[in-house]
Design a protein around this ligand. Structure first.
Ligand code: ARG
Length: 363
């Protein structure tokens, strides 16, 4: 176990320090310091610049992410000293404010204490902002993907509102203590009402989405240390909202309604009503975010940026790993270069990993 940790640390320190043009003796010194720390404590701690660079490398290595061109422009909040749920929640609010930046979104990560024999911090939410989902007698209200977590929030004392877009509370757990719930203030949850540049009726669908996707349930692994609470955000690619969240049958399932408002025959699939509705929904998402001054990227621009990332990586003598099935956009994939080439889905560390949900999975 300890040998493993040291090996992971050595691998990380060596490549991190080399990329940062540090000398071999700096590498050697740091490694012997870490070895000593591990021998005494069973673990070690990163220097601030090491977690900052490690978090960036983890983004660069994220095979499913099309937005990696900007990997070295992420802001790190080092919050490894916080202890209580209240302090963690305050740091989350700081993160949200800084990252949202009134719509000019800044890629940001906040790093809480890593998992150790003394400490284990978890944020139970999948994303810091997410809409509740309720299974009621008449069907489902809200986001179906949140049904299980919403139920847990209610069991923990959260008051359900039974709306289509209710922002869930933040649930924070420290060690084996019961999790604590915190309601997000309105001022930190920027939302965009979806309207269409031509279809007047579109706004009457009363669709909206939140401005910033803050992933909060993944573990950041750097040099053998696991940061089990390390929420991070970029900005949205339009299709995530328009071709998945609001469109998937298992999510808000809006295509039939949009198509019928457009006056298209939804009886026969050869009218391509789904495709037509999908395009207009995605136009509406991009238009609304753009008009409100909230950062968003369309999938064509994102693919071009990814191409630039691939070129820059190859100039730096590095291989780009990727997960093709995730990198291709969910609409018009063959219009992007990504569709037409293979990617090696090899896992390189540092990286962000899924971790077990801290709450039970049973229905
Ligand atoms: N696909 C997720 C969602 O729709 C967000 C994943 C992260 N996306 C991003 N652009 N950084 O909420």
């Amino acid at each position: 176990m300890e040998m493993n940790l040291l090996q992971e640390a050595v691998t990380f320190i060596t490549s991190c320090y080399q990329e940062l043009n540090k000398t071999q003796s700096e590498i050697d010194d740091r490694i012997s310091e870490i070895a000593k720390e591990i021998q005494i404590d069973g673990t070690y701690s990163h220097l601030p610049f090491e977690i900052d660079y490690g978090a960036k490398l983890a983004w660069r290595n994220s095979n499913r992410c099309i937005g990696r061109l900007f990997w070295d422009q992420m802001h790190t909040f080092d919050r490894r000293h916080v202890e209580t749920e209240e302090e963690i929640f305050m740091a989350i609010i700081d993160h949200m404010k800084y990252a949202t930046n009134h719509g000019r979104i800044r890629p940001t990560i906040t790093i809480f204490p890593p998992k150790s024999h003394k400490q284990h911090v978890r944020i139970w939410n999948h994303q810091l902002i997410r809409y509740a989902g309720y299974q009621v007698e008449t069907g489902i209200i809200g986001d179906p993907s949140s049904i299980e977590f919403t139920k847990i929030c209610i069991e923990l004392g959260w008051e359900p509102k039974f709306g289509e877009f209710d922002i869930l509370p933040i649930v924070i757990q420290v060690n084996n203590n019961p999790p604590k719930l915190f309601e997000l203030p309105k001022s930190s949850t920027l939302e965009v009402e979806i309207r269409h540049p031509e279809f007047e009726w579109f706004k009457d669908l009363e669709l909206k989405w939140y401005g910033v996707p803050f992933i909060s349930d993944m573990a950041l692994e750097i040099g053998g240390l696991r940061y089990t609470a390390a929420p991070f955000n970029g900005w949205y690619m339009g299709t995530e909202i328009g071709a998945r969240n609001l469109a998937d049958e298992e999510r808000y399932n809006m295509l039939p309604k949009i198509a019928s408002c457009m006056g298209i025959d939804t009886k026969s699939s050869i009218s391509l009503w789904k495709d037509k509705a999908l395009v207009e929904l995605n136009i509406a998402v991009l238009h609304s975010f753009r008009e409100d001054g909230v950062s968003i990227v369309d999938h064509h621009t994102a693919a071009q940026q990814f191409k630039k990332f691939e070129e820059k990586e190859s100039e730096s003598g590095r291989k780009v790993t990727g997960n093709w099935a995730w990198l291709i956009p969910p609409m018009s994939p063959a219009t992007t270069h990504i569709f037409h080439k293979p990617y090696k889905n090899e896992i390189v560390k540092p990286n962000y990993f899924y971790q077990d949900t801290p709450f039970s999975k049973e229905e």
